[in-house]
Design a protein around this ligand. Sequence first.
Ligand code: HXC
Length: 257
Amino acid sequence: MAYENIIVETRGPVGLIRLNRPQALNALNSALLTELNAALSAFDADGRIGAMVITGSEKAFAAGADIKEMQSLEFVDVYMENFLGDWESVTRIRKPIIAAVAGYALGGGCELAMMCDFIIAAKTAKFGQPEITLGVMPGMGGTQRLARFVGKAKAMDLCLTGRMMDAEEAERCGLVARVVPGQDLLEEAIQAAEKIASFSQPVVMMTKETVNRAYETTLAEGLRFERRIFHSMFALEDQKEGMAAFTGKRTPSFKNR
Ligand code: HXC
């Protein structure tokens, strides 16, 4: 597929996707979503790829859903076509996705970053849910994921005032995993993805699935799920290999089975 709104490349076992609508600060329109879903699904199905990175430009990860595309829509349009519903498919990708965020991650941009498995931010990153300033509210997970990830106080503050928070504040409140200097952002994200890709792929995927369970269920059910998945890992050759390598004082060579 020829892409017009994203740039797709591979770096060894890492699938790299750059959002690429510089004239609109990477505003997320439906064409971009179609391409992003196609690229993510292709990487997910490719056995050579172990993890993915989504990034934007120095100025913007993404400045939100495309306001110009949305502004003339009517209720019946957005309801009947389930507008924004397809963004959920990003969360159905089974391999890990890292968001490497520099500049603006606003509205849908912040929500896309939160659909990824973790966020590495440049010092320049700015996160916010400014939808309220446009006469709407977040519609791609901002009220729900933000509240779960950073708690009610910050989620209410951001969604109700529309203010932006910088990378340091985002790290302090748990939205961001690491903050790095801008020039190191992509390298840091790719290195993290390479590290993930060096481990057993089924174990990586089960770990992602299990951490995500924490946001869907009770503690007791989550712990039960964790133990069952943990038990099932003893059926993998990679568990034998990982533990044999440790006791043999050598580097493991995972077979992904
Ligand atoms: C469409 C956008 C855009 C967006 C920026 N642009 N954000 N186009 N949708 N979300 C366009 C501008 O119109 C402009 O195009 C160009 O990108 C450069 O933007 P400027 O505003 O000139 O840049 P700057 O002055 O540096 O300001 C940067 C900014 C500002 C602070 C990020 O662009 C901004 O406030 N953008 C909107 C942020 C926002 O409200 N996001 C939430 C969207 S709603 P031209 O053609 O004029 O050069 C959303 C809802 C999700 O995400 C679900 C609920 C419905």
